[in-house]
Design a protein around this ligand. Structure first.
Ligand SMILES: [Zn+2]
Ligand SMILES: [Zn+2]
Length: 471
């Protein structure tokens, strides 16, 4: 029956079904433009087709994503003034009141927020669910992660520093002196934050809390790249207030620089605006409702974790070191599970090994060798880790014969492996570059002192070798 309307060789109902399955809006648009007949079918059900594709883009967390997108568009600096009194309300409409048809701007914004959520989900899954990347989050886990991340995004959108910057008149906190801050304004803002979060049930809040821990842990890792793990400040908790997309920018840049370059960076904000940004209201609500924290921090999101009980295969402290015999193998076991390293996650070493951290592991005095120091330092500041470790494994020493790229290693073992092989790899690199080391070895090998202050000596003898005499 329906076929006669458009003259397509298949039922219109089937065309509608196919349009429903378009993975994103550009595919939908391309498909509609392929024929007038398909366009006619689309014209009959535009709202439900766009809604179905929106679901494909954002998944079951579509209500949360739409709520976020509509709030964002309404409060964009160039947004048109609202037409009626009701839409002028500052409160974002709830997640259930999102049945209106989507506008073109909304579909575009939806794609953007879904992309951020999807990338963060991928990183989360790789770090916390399965370090081999064979298992992604299950549909239920993904739904929990995404609805939590959209809610975090919305909270940051409403209460975060960007909005305070764009609407300084509404915020008591932007670039004000201490004595100008009104304590009542602070209280009012904190109350609003609590009211916003109080609308969610305990499970949803625990999911949100898990996502926050994850975002903070990413920022902590990035911070540790430059400052080492000893830093115990709260900077990462404050930066989370800038929103998940800024956290992702930092992750991509391996640096906190993106947070300093925003005009609404935290330095311009009164500290009270951001203090306890999430933790303040969340702790109050958890206390009020007597919510128990889960045993494992990502339990509210993840039903299943793969490789949680993996252990380092080589127990470096028993195999290689005599000064830790009181505690055989303890170190490796303690740092097992998701913090182990193999070829499937070497790529993530770039946010897990401190900048310059590899230099400390290079044998002897090679990093001061007059002939090689610049090249070694340049290379090791931010290497291509998968390529480097693949090549190191190809050159492994006989005592490492049974070590395999796919074995799990703790960081201590991985570093030991690197330190024992880097100079061998570097010698090979020089050969491949057509600039091989001299054939005669210096007696003192990589430990030689003279290589550090005499260029002539450093270039005349090979130092990328084991010492045959003490120094
Ligand atoms: Zn180990
Ligand atoms: Zn020498």
């Amino acid at each position: 029956m329906m076929r006669q309307l458009t003259g397509l060789p298949i039922d219109d109902d089937l065309v509608v079904r196919i349009l429903f399955f378009c993975p994103d809006f550009s595919t939908l648009q391309a498909f509609i433009l392929t024929s007038k007949a398909i366009h006619q079918v689309y014209q009959r059900y535009p709202k439900s087709i766009v809604r179905a594709v929106a679901y494909n883009v954002a998944g079951p967390a579509l209500p949360q994503a739409l709520r976020l997108v509509r709030y964002k568009l309404k409060h964009a600096p160039d947004a048109e003034a609202p037409l009626d009194e009701e839409s002028d309300s500052d409160d974002p409409p709830g997640e259930s009141g999102q049945k209106d048809p989507l506008t073109k701007e909304e579909t575009k914004a939806l794609l953007r927020v879904a992309r951020t959520a999807g990338r963060l989900e991928h990183i989360f899954s790789w770090m916390e669910k399965d370090k081999t990347r064979k298992h992604a989050l299950s549909p239920e886990e993904s739904w929990r992660f995404r609805r939590a991340i959209y809610r975090v995004m919305l909270y940051c959108e409403i209460f975060g520093p960007e909005r305070a910057y764009e609407h300084p008149d509404e915020s008591p906190f932007f670039a004000q002196e201490d004595d100008e801050v009104d304590i009542d304004d602070i209280r009012a803002l904190r109350r609003k934050r609590k009211v916003f979060l109080d609308a969610f049930n305990a499970l949803e809040l625990l999911e949100l809390h898990s996502v926050l821990i994850f975002l903070e842990s990413l920022l902590e890792r990035i911070h540790a790249l430059y400052h080492g793990p000893s830093y115990t400040g709260n900077e990462h908790k404050e930066i989370v207030s800038m929103g998940p997309d800024v956290v992702l920018e930092c992750y991509d840049a391996f640096s906190l620089m993106p947070t300093y370059t925003k005009p609404w960076n935290l330095d311009n904000l009164h500290p009270e605006a951001i203090a306890d940004f999430f933790s303040g209201p969340l702790e109050l609500i958890f206390d009020d409702r007597k919510v128990k924290q889960p045993e494992r921090q990502y339990q509210p999101i993840l039903d299943e974790v793969f490789g949680e009980d993996d252990q380092c295969l080589y127990l470096f402290f028993t195999s290689f070191s005599s000064d830790n015999t009181d505690n055989p193998g303890q170190h490796c076991k303690q740092l097992g599970g998701m913090s182990l390293w193999g070829s499937s996650n070497w790529e993530r070493l770039n946010i897990s090994i401190r900048r310059q951290g590899l230099l400390e592991l290079v044998k002897g005095r090679l990093i001061y060798n007059q002939a090689h120091m610049m090249q070694i330092r340049d290379f090791l500041t931010c290497p291509d880790y998968p390529k480097l470790f693949n090549e190191l494994f190809d050159l492994k020493l006989p005592e490492y014969a049974d070590w395999d790229k796919d074995d799990w290693l703790c960081m201590a073992c991985l570093k030991k492996f690197f330190g024992d092989h880097f100079h061998i790899w570097f010698k090979e690199l020089k050969r491949l570059e057509g600039n091989p080391e001299p054939s005669e070895d210096c007696w003192y090998g990589y430990n030689c002192r003279t290589q550090t202050h005499k260029l002539a000596h450093a270039t005349k003898l090979n130092h990328l070798c084991e010492p045959t005499r003490g120094d």
